[in-house]
Design a protein around this ligand. Structure first.
Ligand code: 3PG
Length: 218
C-alpha cells in the first residue's frame, strides 16, 4: 500500500467513525478502560490531547491494546510532539491552530494531519500546502455550521472536522452536511467521568453518539 493510500485510509476511517472522542487523560492507567468503553460503545477512535504528561503513554497503551482503534494525537503544538505521538503509535495528528511547520513536517512523513483553521485565509493557506481535510476550531464559537456552509461554498474542495462546543444535541446537524467528514467532541469522554473511573457512563454516551452518526447518515 502506498503512503498516500495509507493517509487516505486514516482519513476515511475518521470519516466512517463520524464522531471522534477528544480525550484528556491525566493518568495513563485510565487508557485501557477508556479504550474498552469506546470500543464497546461503537466509536473505535480517539484523539488523545497533548495537554497532559500522560498523553504519550496513553497513546501507546491504546494503540497496543486496541490495534483496530484509530488512535491519534490532539493539541499537537510542536514537531517534537508529532514525533512522540507517532512513535507511541498515533495514526493522525490534530492541532488547534494552523502551524505550517507542523503541517509540512507531517506531509514530509506521510502522517495524516488536520490543522485547526477558523478563517478562509487559514483554510486557503493550509490547502496551498496540499491538504484538504481541515479542523474547524472552535466550531460553535466561530459561527458553527452556518460559517462552514458559507466558507465551503467558496472553498469547494475542503472537508471539515468541526470541533469545539459540539454535543449530542447539535452533532447530527453537522454530520448531515456533506462538507463535514467527521466531528470532534469531548462530551462522551468528559474528564470528570474519566477521573471518577465512570467508564460505564462513557460507554453509554459513546453508544448514544454512535447512534447519532448512524441516524444522521441514514
Ligand atoms: C477541545 O479542544 O477540547 C476540543 O475541541 C473539544 O471541545 P469540546 O470540549 O467543546 O467538545
Amino acid at each position: 500500500m502506498s503512503n498516500s493510500q495509507k493517509v487516505e485510509n486514516v482519513l476515511n476511517g475518521l470519516g466512517k467513525t463520524g464522531i471522534i472522542p477528544v480525550v484528556v487523560l491525566n493518568n495513563a492507567g485510565n487508557a485501557r478502560p477508556l479504550g474498552r468503553a469506546l470500543m464497546e460503545g461503537g466509536l473505535p477512535a480517539a484523539e488523545v490531547t497533548f495537554r497532559t504528561d500522560a498523553a504519550e503513554e496513553s497513546i501507546r497503551i491504546l494503540s497496543e491494546e486496541y490495534p483496530e482503534m484509530l488512535v491519534g494525537a490532539g493539541t499537537v503544538l510542536t514537531v517534537d510532539q508529532v514525533d512522540r505521538a507517532v512513535g507511541a503509535g498515533a495514526k493522525f495528528i490534530v492541532s488547534p491552530g494552523f502551524d505550517p511547520e507542523i503541517v509540512k513536517y507531517c506531509l514530509s512523513k506521510d502522517i495524516p494531519v488536520c490543522p485547526g483553521t477558523q478563517t478562509p485565509s487559514e483554510m486557503i493557506a493550509a490547502m496551498k500546502l496540499g491538504i484538504d481535510h481541515l479542523k474547524f476550531f472552535p466550531a460553535e464559537q466561530s459561527g458553527g455550521l452556518q460559517m462552514i456552509k458559507a466558507v465551503t461554498a467558496a472553498l469547494t474542495g475542503v472537508k471539515i472536522m468541526p470541533t469545539g462546543g459540539i454535543n449530542a444535541d447539535n452533532a447530527s446537524d453537522y454530520l448531515k452536511s456533506d462538507k463535514v467528514f467527521c466531528v470532534g467532541g469531548s462530551w462522551m469522554v468528559k474528564s470528570s467521568f474519566i477521573n471518577a473511573g465512570d467508564f460505564e457512563t462513557i460507554r453509554k454516551k459513546t453508544e448514544e453518539a454512535a447512534a447519532i452518526v448512524k441516524m444522521a447518515r441514514a
